[in-house]
Structure formats: C-alpha cells, structure tokens
Design a binder for this molecule. Structure first.
Ligand code: 13P
Length: 249
C-alpha cells in the first residue's frame, strides 16, 4: 500500500518569513512514517524546494497552466514547477474552480500537464453546500472524477483530494459517515476505471482539518491522509496532524 500523505496548502499566504515554519516542520519530522507535502505560494517554491532538498518532505505548487510555455501572463507551467524543485501540483481546487471558472476539462488538462512533467497531480473534487443539500453529492463527485482525472492516472502520479466546498475554511466538517460514504464511493469509482491499481491511489480528505479532529478523520476507511489549509501554516498546528496520520500508518 502506498504511504499515507499529509499535505499542506498554504494558499495565498506566506512571504519569506514563512520559511521558518517550513524549516520547523521539516525538523520536527526527520524520519516520518508518512509522506509530507507542502504547497507554498509560487513565489516561495524555489527557496522552499532548496531548503528541503535533503529532507523527507516534498514541495508542490498550487496550480499550473495546461501548456508548457507561451503567452499566458501570470501563469506558471508544470515544467517550471519541476524546474523549481517541485514534486507535485494541486489542480482543480474549489477556489480555482470558483474564482477562475475552471471546469473539469481544464482541470484534467492541467493534471495531464503535471503528469507529462513528472509531477504528482493532487486533483481536488468536492460538492457545494447546495449540491449536498439537494442530495446530489455523489453525482457531482462522479462527474468530477470522470471529467478531471486523465486516463494515465497511477498511484505514483495522482492523488485525489475530497474537499467539500462548504467545509473549507469554515470550521464545519462532514460527519465521519459522510466522509466515509464519499471516500468509499471514490475508491469504487477509481477501481471500476483503473482496476486493482486504484487501491494505491491516495484519497485525501480536506476541509477544516485541525489537530483536534484529525485522528477521527484518519480512522475512516479509505481516508489516506489530508489536504490541510489553515492548520498547515504553523508547525504547531500541522505537526499534531502529521503525528495523528502516523498513528494510523
Ligand atoms: P482549510 O483546512 O483551511 O479548511 O482548507 C482546506 C483546503 O482548502 C485545503 O486545500
């Protein structure tokens, strides 16, 4: 079985001073029993990757353009992320789907670009509150899975992050049964499409994961780790989450 994964998404937070927290995280987990990934803003990618080059902690980006280069002001490409020392890139985060009108086709193209550059694509999916309340959660998840994941997905190049939009940054977390239902559904869907190899594709939960709720979430079957926002910014918050995941490993 692939190792579990504790991933941090720093979003649009952090200047050079935040590298102290990255250092502290690396120092506190010198021989982790799980994989650790931190995705700082693009401005810190190169420094973060250099700082952690000899540490068991990977650095990733938060988005990439589907093309390798060209006239796309403000965008960064997957080869650029790899060149900066990144090992992974988040694609299809709900904040990008919403703020930048990203649809499943575009997310799949971005994930493909990540694969083509040897990066792991962390592909985010998740329903809105309205979709959950109207009973459409699994339909939305099915649609996002079939539309956002490239055919060449493997346990090495793809991680799925289930992030209910209504749980992100809100302090609201689905019940453990609700998390389990969606994670089981994702595993079944991946297995139908990719066969037994899908057992190794990690499925992360994301949305208001904190030190206080991490252990119970990690005990849910088919939860292979977390994609953590706010609580990944400080070593004091992220370390207990990593420790809780190690307890399940
Ligand atoms: P929070 O952990 O801050 O709710 O954010 C989750 C998230 O969006 C991670 O990608």
């Amino acid at each position: 079985m692939t190792r579990k994964l504790a991933a941090g998404n720093w979003k649009m937070n952090g200047t050079g001073a935040a590298l102290d927290e990255l250092n502290a995280i690396a120092k506190a987990h010198s021989a982790p029993a799980v994989d650790i990934l931190i995705c700082p803003p693009a401005t810190l990618l190169m420094q973060a990757a250099a700082l952690t080059a000899d540490k068991p902690l990977d650095i990733g980006a938060q988005d990439c353009h589907p093309q390798a280069s060209g006239a796309h002001t403000g965008d960064i490409s997957a080869p650029m992320i790899a060149d900066a020392g990144g090992a992974a890139v988040i694609v299809g985060h709900s904040e990008r789907r919403e703020n930048h009108n990203e649809n499943n086709d575009l997310v799949r193209e971005k994930a493909q670009a990540a694969h083509d550059s040897g990066l792991t694509a962390v592909i985010c999916i998740g329903e809105t509150l309205a979709e959950r309340e109207s009973g459409d959660t699994l339909l939305i998840i099915e649609d996002q899975l079939s539309g956002s994941i490239p055919d060449g997905a493997t346990p090495d190049n793809t991680v799925i992050a289930y992030e209910p939009v209504w749980a992100i940054g809100t302090g609201k977390v689905p019940s453990l049964d609700q998390i389990g239902e969606v994670h089981d559904f994702i595993r079944k869907n991946l297995t139908e499409r990719f066969g037994d190899t899908a057992q190794g594709i990690r499925i992360l939960y994301g949305g208001s994961v904190k030190p206080g709720n991490a252990a119970e979430i990690f005990a849910v079957p088919n939860v292979d780790g977390a994609l953590v926002g706010g609580a990944s910014l400080k070593e004091a918050d992220f370390s207990p989450i990593i420790n809780a995941l190690e307890d399940e490993a």
